[in-house]
Write a protein that binds this ligand. Structure first.
Ligand code: KE4
Length: 428
C-alpha cells in the first residue's frame, strides 16, 4: 500500500522543485521518501501515516524547548489576535533587543531579519561597507545560508579566486570569497600575512554543524580573533546554530572569544522566521538609516515571530537549562558509542551543549577532509534503520543533530536500545 508520505511526495514534486521547500528535506543524501510531518509535541513527531518518532532534528535547531511548548504557543496566540504585522516598530522588538544584547554582550546593537541567510548576507555587506574592503574569508564545510557570496568553494589554491559552489553565482562575485580548511591556523596566518589588509571579514561557525559536528581545535578561534584584530578585518561568528544552544551566550561565551559581529537564527525565533545580526556599535552605525550600508525587510522584527522567540529565550534562561540539555545530549551520544562498540561497529560521536555529531569513523573528525573519510553508506543504512524504529535523525551524514529540553530519560533510553538492535544487525 502506498503510504500517505509517498502520495504527498509524488504530488508535491509536480508543483514544488524536488517536492520540498529546502533541499536537505528531500532525503537525496540518504535516499528514500521524505517524511511528511503533521504534528509535533515535546520530543515527538507524527507523520502523515500517524507513525510516531523521537525527533533529533528539531526543525534544524529552533525547537530547543520541544514542539508546541504551551508557553510558546500561548505567546503566539496572544500576539496574533492583535494583527500579524504592522511594518512599524513595536515594543516587542525593543524587548527582544534588550534580551539578546544582555545574553550576548558582544552584541552592543542588533538588527532583526527573517532568516539566518538574511542575517549573514547583511553582516557581510555591513563588514564590507564598514571596512571599504571586498574580500571575505570562510571555511570549507561551513554553511552560512545561500547568499551568493557564501555559495563558494575553495579555488585551486588558497590565494586564487573562490569558485561558485552553485550555478547562478557570477564568478566575479565568488572571486572575492576565499576558503580555507577549518582548524588550519597556519593557513589563516599565512593568508593574512599576504593579503590581510584586503580582507573585510572572516565568517565562521564557531562550532561547525553543517559538515556534521566539527569543534574548533588548538586555539583556532583565538587565531581568527588575533588576525582580524591585527589587520582590521571584522570577525563574524555565525551562531545561527550555536546561539543559545551550546551555552546561554552561545559559542562566544563557551570559548571566551569576542567577535565583532554575530549572526543568529533558529532558536531566536522559536520556530517562526527570525534571524538577527549585531555587534560593535561603531560597526552597526554604518547601517541605514544611520549610515551608507542598506539593509531592510518587510517582516523584520515581526511581532508574532518575535513573541515566539521571546517565549523560547525566556525558557532557555531557566536555571540549569544548558547543563541539563548538555547532559542529556552527552548521555544519548555516549549510549550510541557504547552500543556500537558492543556490536563491533566502527563508530564515534561527540556533543557540545545541545548539538551532537555521530560518525561511522574510528576517530572523531576534526576537519572537512576527515569528515569526508567517514563511511557515508553506513550512516545512510543507520539512518533508515533508526527511522524505521521511530527515531528521526538528520537525513544527511553531513548535519549535526539536536536534543531538546523536552527529551526525557525514556526517550534517550529508547534511542539507545533502538541503536543497539541496529548496530547488532549491521555487524551480523
Ligand atoms: P536559514 O537561512 O536556513 O534560516 O539559515 C542559514 C544558516 C546560517 N548559518 C548556519 C550556521 C546555519 O546552520 C544555517 C542553516 N542551517 C541549515 C541546517 N544545516 C538549515 C536547514 C536547511 O537548509 O533546510
Amino acid at each position: 500500500m502506498t503510504s500517505r508520505n509517498q502520495q504527498l511526495f509524488e504530488q508535491s514534486q509536480s508543483l514544488i522543485p524536488g517536492g520540498v521547500n529546502s533541499p536537505v528535506r528531500a532525503f537525496r543524501s540518504v535516499g528514500g521518501t521524505p517524511v511528511f510531518f503533521k504534528r509535533g509535541l515535546g520530543s515527538r513527531l507524527w507523520d502523515e501515516d500517524d507513525k510516531e518518532y523521537i525527533d533529533y532534528v528539531g526543525s534544524w535547531g529552533p525547537m530547543i524547548v520541544g514542539h508546541a511548548h504551551p508557553e510558546v504557543v500561548a505567546a503566539v496566540q496572544k500576539t496574533a489576535v492583535n494583527s500579524l504585522s504592522f511594518g512599524a516598530p513595536t515594543a516587542l522588538e525593543l524587548e527582544m533587543a534588550e534580551l539578546v544584547t544582555k545574553l550576548v554582550p558582544s552584541m552592543e546593537q542588533i538588527r532583526l531579519v527573517s532568516s539566518g541567510t538574511e542575517a549573514t548576507m547583511s553582516a557581510i555587506r555591513l563588514a564590507r561597507g564598514f571596512t571599504g574592503r571586498s574580500r571575505i574569508l570562510k571555511f570549507e564545510g561551513c554553511y552560512h545560508g545561500h547568499a551568493d557570496a557564501l555559495l563558494v568553494k575553495a579555488g585551486s589554491g588558497a590565494l586564487t579566486f573562490g569558485q561558485p559552489s552553485s550555478a547562478g553565482v557570477p564568478p566575479e562575485v565568488a572571486a572575492h570569497t576565499l576558503t580555507l580548511a577549518y582548524n588550519d591556523n597556519a593557513a589563516v596566518e599565512d593568508l593574512f600575512r599576504r593579503i590581510g589588509n584586503d580582507i573585510a571579514c572572516v565568517i565562521v561557525e564557531p562550532v561547525a554543524g553543517n559538515m556534521n559536528l566539527v569543534v574548533p581545535q588548538n586555539g583556532f578561534l583565538q587565531t581568527l580573533r588575533n588576525q582580524c584584530t591585527q589587520y582590521g578585518a571584522v570577525l563574524i561568528f555565525d551562531e545561527v546554530m550555536t546561539g543559545f544552544r551550546v551555552a546561554p551566550g552561545g559559542a562566544q561565551q563557551l570559548y571566551g572569544i569576542k567577535p565583532d559581529l554575530t549572526t543568529l537564527g533558529k532558536v531566536i525565533g522559536g520556530g517562526l522566521p527570525v534571524g538577527a545580526f549585531g555587534g560593535r556599535k561603531d560597526i552597526m552605525a554604518s547601517l541605514a538609516p544611520l549610515g551608507p550600508v542598506y539593509q531592510a525587510g518587510t517582516l523584520s522584527g515581526n511581532p508574532v515571530a518575535v513573541a515566539a522567540g521571546l517565549a523560547t529565550l525566556k525558557l532557555v534562561q531557566a536555571d540549569g537549562f544548558h547543563a541539563k540539555l548538555a547532559a542529556a545530549t552527552r548521555k544519548m551520544v555516549d549510549g550510541l558509542v557504547e552500543a556500537a562498540k558492543g556490536a563491533g561497529v566502527k563508530f564515534s560521536g561527540q556533543s557540545v551543549g545541545g548539538m551532537f555529531g555521530v560518525y561511522f569513523a574510528e576517530n572523531i573528525p576534526n576537519s572537512y577532509e576527515e569528515i569526508m573519510q567517514a563511511d557515508k553508506n553506513a550512516f545512510n543504512h543507520f539512518f533508515h534503520a533508526m527511522l524505521d524504529a521511530g527515531i528521526y535523525l538528520a537525513p544527511s551524514a553531513f548535519e549535526a543533530g539536536f536534543v531538546s529540553a523536552a527529551h526525557s530519560d525514556e526517550d534517550i533510553q529508547l534511542t539507545i536500545e533502538a541503536a543497539q538492535k541496529v548496530f547488532r544487525a549491521m555487524a551480523a
